[in-house]
Design a protein. Structure first.
Ligand code: ATP
Ligand code: MG
Ligand code: ZN
Lengths: 506, 317
């Protein structure tokens, strides 16, 4: 043992001034717990009492996965040809009131135990945050939330974060130096100053898979136009009509019209995907707007978020991107109602013992539906066979309040063959630049004529107060697409064409 | 003058005569018939008689193999109207909602396209076609199957009054002749005879509208048929016509093109109204205008109370 280590063993006593009995050594590693996406500093304190009865306890509200660190840490330390301390080993995760979830605590626990048993220099450990799961053979495994932990560490003024090498590029996004670790032995050697960390290979930019193209859609001119407006203004869009008219097809073509994420938004999205464990190793930064299309059988927790292992739901995974609810009326009504909060506030907030977990969820909602359960409505060649009761139940699913959240509603009746036989339509690559240009034009005001038309519409059409506001928003986007200086009556008139029709809801 | 005498004689004897029968009853009628006095009585009631020999007698009608001796005429329209390019729009009395709306919009669109819409003012498709023509602001012509002084069916008296304000009602029957079923096929030959084309909107098998179509085909006139549902009895006649080679009609433009008339450019809302009922996308295709422009125009129509949308289909209110 070097002098250095001798000195280090005394450090805990000097810090808290609390005299300890012989052989009782305390060490500390730093990591972060997540409340929603918010990192909260967690100190992993290890207390080794070599004279005590052999025992290894983890206290401080670990969940099951976290408590099971005992087996992994013990086995990992042995695999690294290090010594697991004799006697009583107690690990405290402070603050005790905060629930510690998952296996990412393995690495800090192992490092704290090794420091407490004088196998690591304490002061080096103090300058690092750490996160990672240990395999039984001592190798490090990727976990979710590395970005948030790294960001927390940077905020605390720490210099580096020890993390699984696969997560190094992700941690680097936080603006802190990651120390990629393949094996527990590497981490120890590095902290002892015996090993230079691997250089981080900058993630190689690979081309994203091609998105489906608008050129594939025949006809449906009104729906295409609405899609362009929705893309330009980030509006929620509902496509309703009989089966096989291209509703799903169109909805899936929205992402291809959206501009890439701004750097700040990209980091927000990446944070969410990090927590969900969905980041790609090669290219951790999410730069394209996400597109999520949960099935209608998914649970409310899966869609909105929450549940036992607190995870972002589809609504948050679609943050800054598109949430497609295909066959809207097939979703459970409580699920749809639960979506109203994120639709209104752009966040999902979940009550937890340690406070509220807030997940951002500012997504663009695109939904499709048939006009009735049998699907025949809107199809001149078919006869609706739905009973009045069944139709009423179907419409009842969609509250007015939910329908009011759609800025644009397009009814897509079955086109006649001639409409579909129309020549090739515009490709996404032609539409996307218009969308991007419109996004730059903001803050247009309405002309007097536009105001007058809006008021006339409120008088003459069934249009709620919220509906009026939606129309005004849509009109602004239409004006922006038209490169107009102000929102004129003609823009309001077009926006009114996409208002929600009466027949869709009870 | 013999035409008038003959027309009155046929009406009074309940016969269908193209030429004087040269029997004693006819000569007795001819001796006692005072043509001038009769015409004065007609004029007093706002009626006229247009003999087959008159230059304004519609040439197409004169050309059929059994033209009437003349036409009794009622209404403010000029008799020259009868010689204009005309299209018959006929169909079932008990038509479907679809048939009614197609009849109406054809009446409108064909009138706007510059054609004269001719029909029989019967319930159902006929009346809708006349109404459509009136909506388009044009004159329309009714061929009655009863005396020129009758409004048949009586429920359409108000419609007849409106038609008479700008257009014409005509009949080969003198005042006082009661409507009778056997007269309707004869009336239909005049409907078809006045027109270069006949459109059958909905027709059961062996129905009056089919007779009109048959008469038109016999005279070598064009027949258009609106395709219908194969499961509906109301389409049995029209679909049978299609099988026989009648031209399917999917838009008023089909008829307008037959007359060499270009489809009307959508100058604005009125033009769009003519194309209803239609989906927004159909209007985009028909007009060649962008979806955004069509959306704006449709909203204007909705705000004006002129049109309304249901399940994606815009209809005239
Ligand atoms: N407008 C269109 N242009 C090109 N292809 C189309 C169009 N509409 C439908 N299709 C074809 O039909 C298939 C079904 O379309 P899509 O799944 O989008 O229908 P949908 O409207 O979502 O029907 P459903 O109500 O049954 O979900 C598409 O995969 C495509 O091949
Ligand atoms: Mg679908
Ligand atoms: Zn149905």
């Amino acid at each position: 043992m070097s002098d250095d280590l001798q000195r280090v063993t005394k450090l805990p006593e000097s810090r808290d001034g609390c005299p300890r009995s012989v052989g009782d050594v305390l060490a500390r590693a730093v990591t972060h717990a997540l409340v929603g996406l918010e990192p909260r500093r967690v100190e992993v304190e290890a207390d080794v009492y070599e004279n005590g009865l052999p025992a290894f306890a983890i206290v401080g509200l670990p969940d099951r996965a976290c408590a099971e660190a005992r087996q992994r840490v013990r086995s990992g330390i042995h695999a690294a040809e290090l010594r697991f301390p004799k006697g009583r080993v107690t690990v405290n995760l402070a603050p005790a009131g905060l629930r510690k979830e998952g296996s990412g605590y393995d690495l800090p626990i192992a490092l704290a135990v090794l420091a407490a048993s004088q196998q690591l220099p304490h002061d080096e450990l103090d300058r690092h945050a750490s996160i990672g799961e240990l395999a039984l053979d001592g190798r490090l495994r990727r976990v979710g939330g590395v970005l948030a932990v790294a960001e927390g560490a940077r905020r605390m003024g720490l210099e580096r974060v020890l993390c699984p090498s696969e997560s190094a590029a992700e941690a680097a996004l936080a603006g802190i130096e990651p120390i990629p670790v393949r094996h527990l032995a590497d981490a120890v050697a590095y902290l002892r100053g015996e090993l230079e960390p691997d250089p981080i290979v900058p993630p190689r930019a690979h081309d994203p898979p091609p998105l489906p193209d608008l050129a594939d859609v025949r006809g449906q001119e009104r729906a295409r136009r609405a899609l362009e407006i929705a893309a330009a203004g980030g509006h929620n869009l509902l496509l309703a009509g009989p089966p096989g008219t291209g509703k799903t097809m169109l909805a899936r073509r929205l992402p291809g019209l959206l501009p890439a994420l701004e750097p700040a938004a990209a980091l927000e999205v990446t944070r969410i995907y990090s927590v969900a464990g969905l980041l790609s190793v090669e290219q951790p930064l999410v730069t394209v707007p996400p597109f999520r299309a949960p099935h209608h059988s998914a649970s409310t927790a899966a869609i909105v978020g929450g549940g036992p292992g607190i995870r972002p739901g589809e609504a948050s995974l679609a943050h800054r991107g598109v949430l497609l609810l295909d066959e809207l009326a097939e979703f459970a009504r409580p699920t749809l109602e639960a979506l109203r909060q994120p639709l209104e506030d752009g966040v999902v907030s979940i009550a937890r013992a340690a406070g509220r977990a807030i997940f951002p969820a500012r997504f663009q909602l695109v939904a499709t539906m048939n006009l009735c359960p049998c699907g025949a409505r809107g199809d001149p060649a078919a006869q609706c066979t739905c009973s009045g009761q069944r139709l009423a139940a179907y419409r009842d699913k969609l509250s007015r309040a939910l329908l009011d959240r759609f800025d644009l509603v397009v009814t897509m009746p079955r086109p006649r063959a001639v409409e579909l036989a129309a020549g090739p339509s515009e490709a996404s690559a032609q539409v996307a630049p218009r969308v991007a240009a419109a996004r730059g034009r903001e803050g247009l005001s309405r002309t007097g004529d536009a105001d007058a038309l809006l008021s006339r519409a409120v008088e003459r059409l069934p249009l709620s107060g919220r509906g009026r506001a939606r129309v005004a928003r849509t009109a602004r986007t239409i004006a922006a697409l038209a490169e107009a200086d102000a929102v004129a009556a003609e823009h309001v008139a077009e926006a009114l064409a996409y208002r929600s029709p009466q027949e869709l809801a009870a | 003058m013999t035409e008038l005498a003959l027309a009155v004689f046929a009406s009074e004897t309940g016969t269908h005569l193209l030429h004087p029968p040269l029997n004693r009853r006819w000569y007795s009628h001819l001796r006692s018939f005072d043509g001038h006095a009769y015409e004065q009585r007609l004029a007093a009631r706002g009626l006229r008689f247009l003999p087959r020999t008159a230059p304004e007698f519609p040439p197409l009608l004169r050309a059929i193999h059994d033209p009437p001796p003349g036409l009794f005429v009622r209404g403010a329209g000029d008799t020259g109207l009868l010689s204009r390019a005309a299209v018959a729009v006929v169909g079932a009395r008990a038509c479907s909602g679809y048939g009614a709306s197609v009849g109406r919009s054809l009446g409108r669109e064909l009138t706007r396209g510059g054609l004269l819409v001719v029909s029989g003012m019967a319930r159902g498709v006929d009346a809708e076609a006349h109404r459509g023509a009136l909506e388009a602001g044009g004159p329309t012509v009714v061929v009655l199957g009863c005396g020129i002084d009758r409004d048949y069916p009586a429920a359409h008296a108000e419609l007849a009054r409106r038609i008479a304000a700008t257009g014409l009602l005509v009949s080969e029957y003198a005042p006082g002749v009661e409507p009778a079923p056997w007269r309707f096929p004869a009336r239909n030959r005049i409907v078809a005879g006045l027109c270069a084309a006949t459109v059958v909107v909905e027709a059961r098998e062996r129905s009056g509208a089919l007779i009109t179509a048959d008469l038109a085909l016999e005279e070598g006139r064009e027949v258009f048929t609106v395709p219908g549902e194969i499961s509906s009895a109301l389409s049995a006649g029209t679909n049978a016509l299609l099988k026989l080679g009648a031209a399917p009609l999917t838009a008023a433009a089909d008829v307008l093109n037959f007359f060499g008339i270009e489809e009307p450019a959508p100058a604005g809302r009125d033009a769009l109204l003519d194309l209803l009922p239609a989906t927004a996308d159909e209007l985009v295709r028909r007009t060649g205008r962008p979806a955004a422009e069509i959306a704006r125009a449709l909203v204007e129509l909705e705000l004006a109370g002129a049109a309304a949308a249901h399940e994606g289909i815009y209809r005239v209110q």
